[in-house]
Design a protein around this ligand. Structure first.
Ligand code: ADP
Ligand code: MG
Length: 243
């Protein structure tokens, strides 16, 4: 369902992604791990065109785009295929939990207000946040805000959810509730790409783990075999220093 070919990205002279090739099946959960600065966030951001790749092609669902030359229409179409969940939630501070979900639907997708509210409430229920529908982000814990952010990402019915270290900014006692929601989505066979440092979670939830270093995919395979029995020396060193 997702095919990335020869994707490269540089910032000035810094080549951050080097000819990345990637195939992801519908319903697959893929965890991306690797040292800080290896290009994990940039890869996710390129899939969503939050960063413009320099070369390569990206195909998600029915959208296909060549980084070298694409139209606004192709850009919009590709963007609609995915939704991102960020480390720092990025909720609208002046909107309630419910409005955070309905606003993009009403303004972006021109969905009727009543319908958007129904959808918003059902999504809040799905992430266990229905009782907090009228609360503002500042009155919610980090874990609660992140669950609202996940509901907001789901609202646009993306083909794939992209998570960039969704639990890294949370208090340790709040990590579990967010991972629990993600586990639920995995069970519902929602396609997800998750950049994470939570190795136990990756082992349990991900179908596949990709280890990135220095802008390349060094090693990938079934979660358990990569994390418990990595073959590449760089992967081994990375995982050893985590414990
Ligand atoms: P990771 O998420 O694996 O920690 P990133 O994708 O954030 O890595 O960063 C990869 C490299 O790209 C780093 O060297 C980082 O400094 C650089 N980089 C990321 N974003 C930018 C940017 N907007 N401008 C310049 N350099 C950037
Ligand atoms: Mg990052």
């Amino acid at each position: 369902m997702i095919t990335v070919s020869h994707l490269s990205k540089r910032f000035a002279n810094n080549e951050v992604l080097k000819e990345i090739n990637l195939n992801i099946e519908q319903g697959e959960v893929v965890a991306i791990i690797g040292p800080s600065g290896s290009g994990k966030s940039t890869l996710l951001r390129c899939l969503n065109l939050l960063e413009k790749p320099n070369t390569g092609t990206i195909q998600i669902g029915t959208a296909m785009l060549d980084a070298k030359h694409y139209s606004n229409k192709e850009e919009t179409h590709l963007r609609k295929q995915s939704a991102m969940v960020f480390q720092h939630y990025n909720l609208f501070k002046n909107k309630t939990a419910l409005e955070n979900i309905t606003y993009p639907l009403i303004v972006g997708q021109k969905i009727d207000k009543k319908e958007a509210k129904q959808l918003g409430l059902s999504l809040l229920e799905r992430v266990g946040m229905l009782p907090y529908a009228t609360q503002y982000p500042i009155t919610l814990s980090g874990g609660q805000q992140q669950r609202v952010a996940i509901a907001r990402a789901l609202a646009v019915r993306p083909k794939v959810l992209l998570f960039d270290e969704p639990t890294s900014a949370l208090d340790p006692e709040r990590v579990h509730e967010v991972l629990q929601v993600m586990l639920q989505l995995a069970k519902e066979h929602i396609t997800m790409i998750i950049v994470t440092h939570e190795m136990e979670f990756a082992k349990y939830v991900a179908d596949r783990v990709i280890f990135m270093a220095d802008g390349v995919i060094v090693e990938q395979g079934p979660a358990k075999s990569i994390i418990d029995n990595p073959q590449n020396e760089i992967t081994q060193r990375f995982l050893r220093q985590l414990t």
